[in-house]
Design a protein around this ligand. Structure first.
Ligand SMILES: *Cc1c(COP(=O)(O)O)cnc(C)c1O
Length: 397
């Protein structure tokens, strides 16, 4: 601690802090090597084991692995029978994947505004966006904080909508003591390089519906019926049938090997992120020029992201310049996310009107994501804090 406070005062040594580094140790390396040495490098025993262990971890009856969360979202929408001309409600502030999968069907992503405090989908606004064409809603557990699931499920019941959870940020996250992954009709997780459990690229879909799970298992591997990969083992045979035009969305055993090792430390990694979030919030809580993330009391965030909201009225600089100032101090930050309606593709194709999303508009100019990952040292965390404090001191009004 003495060293830390000394560091706080002197702070002359510039550090380089990347926005993210996956936490990979010898455990991941030896599992991956094991897969390569075994000669079985694509979907096989490790993928099946990972599905089983992930399903147990989430507490879900079915876990179906994919090569990405985006693939999972796509097949989830296929499973519920999304059709051309249907509408799907998604939050205005999310990654493009949440909405792009809807366009695969020539269906329309309809944007709902987000809550000013949690940045999660605003259920009241979502309710206003429901039409006769609305088939589903895709809530995103932003930064790892669960959405208002009770209200969402009530809304879905009232209008007969499917709930497909985009849980790309939510391993693990809790809503009223229940882990995310069993509440909606289908939940999609991401194992992308920056996510809280990573296999480089990868995803998993959980559902309590056996029929949908089976359908997604078939569709992820060319529409081939029943565990086609087994045909290369001594329990399988050369015979298979194609029952649908499917996709090439399967996970590989190399990815699953990483996943198995990551799953063993997933709760520890969560504790580490919680610790970092706690330190940030303690430090920034008393700075009027910024607002710290607001997590509702009946839920727990996965802390995939730590999103600071700049109180621009009290600063002489905007968010973009804040990011540059952080960068000049060696700290890489990011923005999650540019609202969908601002991107040329969505703006031009669906003619979204930015004035319909006042909260998203206000938030999107103020948010900045700080580094938060288990490999950060106490000195790294302190350096990020000092950098933010330094910029605020320099530019406050
Ligand atoms: C990362 C992310 C995805 C996509 O995950 P992939 O595994 O890269 O396909 C989807 N939604 C959100 C909100 C994300 O952050």
């Amino acid at each position: 601690m003495a060293i830390l406070s000394l560091h706080r005062k002197t702070k002359k040594v510039k550090r380089e802090i990347p926005f993210h580094r996956p936490y990979i140790t010898e455990e991941e390396i030896s599992e991956v090597v094991d897969s390569i040495r075994s000669g079985w490098i694509t979907m096989g025993p490790k993928t099946i084991k990972f599905e089983k262990e992930f399903g147990e971890y989430i507490g879900s009856k079915n876990a179906v692995s994919m090569n990405s969360c985006t693939a999972g979202l796509h097949l989830a929408l296929k499973a519920i029978g999304l059709q051309e001309g249907d509408e799907v409600i998604v939050p205005a502030i999310t990654f493009t994947a949440t909405a792009e999968v809807v366009t695969y069907f020539n269906a329309k992503p309809v944007l709902a505004d987000v809550d000013t405090d949690t940045f999660n989908i605003d259920i009241a606004d979502a309710a206003k966006k429901v039409t006769k064409k609305t088939k589903a809603i895709i809530p995103v557990h932003f930064a790892g904080q669960p959405c208002d699931m009770d209200e969402l499920i009530d809304l879905a019941k009232e209008y007969n909508l499917f709930v497909i959870e985009d849980a790309a940020h939510a391993i693990p996250a809790f809503y009223k003591n229940r882990k995310i992954g069993t509440m909606g009709d289908i939940t999609c997780f991401s194992f992308y390089a920056t996510k809280t459990l990573s296999t480089g690229e990868g995803g998993m879909v959980t559902t309590e519906n056996d029929e949908w799970a089976e359908q997604m298992r078939i569709l992820r591997l060319h529409g081939i019926s029943k565990d086609a990969w087994k045909r290369y083992t001594d329990i399988g045979s050369w015979y298979y049938e194609v029952v649908e035009a499917g996709f090439k969305y399967n996970m590989t055993d190399i990815q699953a090997a990483m996943g198995l090792a990551q799953l063993k430390k997933v709760d520890w990694m969560w504790q580490m992120r919680k610790k970092i979030a706690g330190k940030y919030t303690e430090a920034f809580g008393s700075i009027y020029e910024v607002a710290t993330p607001h997590v509702k009391t009946d839920r727990e965030s996965a802390w995939h992201l730590y999103v600071l909201k700049l109180n621009l009225e009290m600063l002489k600089i905007g968010r973009d310049q804040f990011i540059e100032e952080m960068k000049s101090r060696g700290v890489i930050t990011s923005v999650h996310f540019i609202p969908l309606y601002e991107h040329p593709y969505y703006r031009d194709t669906f003619k979204y009107n930015q004035h319909e999303y006042p909260s998203s508009e206000s938030i999107s100019r103020r948010i900045v994501s700080l580094p938060i990952y288990p490999g950060m040292t106490d000195e790294d965390i302190e350096y990020v804090i000092v950098s933010v404090e330094d910029i605020i001191k320099k530019y406050k009004r």
